[in-house]
Design a protein around this ligand. Sequence first.
Ligand code: SF4
Ligand code: SF4
Length: 338
Amino acid sequence: MSGDNEKTKNPFIRGEDEPMAPDEAGPISPAEDERLLQQERERRAAEADMEVQIIDSVRDPNSGPVEPVRLRPEHSFCFSCHPGVPCWNVCCFDTDITLAPYDILRLSRRLKMRPAEFLSRYTVPAVWEKADLPVAKLRCQDREKGERMPCVFLDEEKGCTVYEDRPASCRYYPLGLAAVKLKGHEEPEDFFFLVKEPHCKGHEEDKEQTIAEFRKEQGVERYDLENRGWIYLLMKMTSWNVLGGPWGKKLDPRTKQMFFMATTDVDGFRRFVFETRFLETYDIEPEFVERLKTEDELLLQLAFDWLKHILFNESTIKLREDVLKEAIARARRGTGAA
Ligand code: SF4
Ligand code: SF4
């Protein structure tokens, strides 16, 4: 998650020594500042130890006991999935797969389309309940009522047609990924858990491997790295929801819409950066501004940093000095200070 070390390396911040403003409207008055600090203290006091399943992997909610054991990378389990198993592709029916931002980039590239087209053809909008934030889920193919519905990318004879770019959730199966935030710790930690559904015969195979080996073999490490900011946002919003939302307020629909755009459609977010007053408002190194024109992964990281800033007032992106001065003057006028 985005710890202090990560923040100091943040390419979107020129210097770390100046104060940050809380939102696009500029800095807040001392009284308001104290009220926000008090609410953050209350959030920390109210939050419990929290385990949030980011990738839960369960395909059939009626079938699968999740082993309630928190596994770490060095722990082992027995499992193998290959075309010889009697259940080959069974787990690709009736799926409930939330796509992480990097899944969308990879799948769009594979299908040679931009994310907006990918989203409209292959996904359905949904809400990630615990955080009450909008996400995209993978569609299933239409079937007669009562029939099991294959994933939109399943060819029932050949298997997964996007295998090399399959989503993180498919790579993880039968593992789940949970972010665990312990009371008093600001940063969540990752844990893994095993999902044993009766239809999955891979658990009867005798291939033993550690979680770390399985993750490497499945190529999830890059996915986790690229999606880390998004996982952090889900986790932090879940934690804030203990108090009814950030600073005690539910997010308004427009902010949710911005969250969805920034985390699913890099082109939409790129237009937001280059075609609004974004670059006049935030202080971003010219070298990075240039790279943002073509590097989707970098743009995604900017989107996460911007969202951390506007949702949680984190110092992940910096206002330009002239904007900051103007905002301070506005705040002073508002409080009657000189
Ligand atoms: S993306 Fe591929 S692996 Fe994942 S559910 Fe669909 S067909 Fe199966
Ligand atoms: S072994 Fe499990 S993961 Fe592999 S195809 Fe069968 S149900 Fe899917």
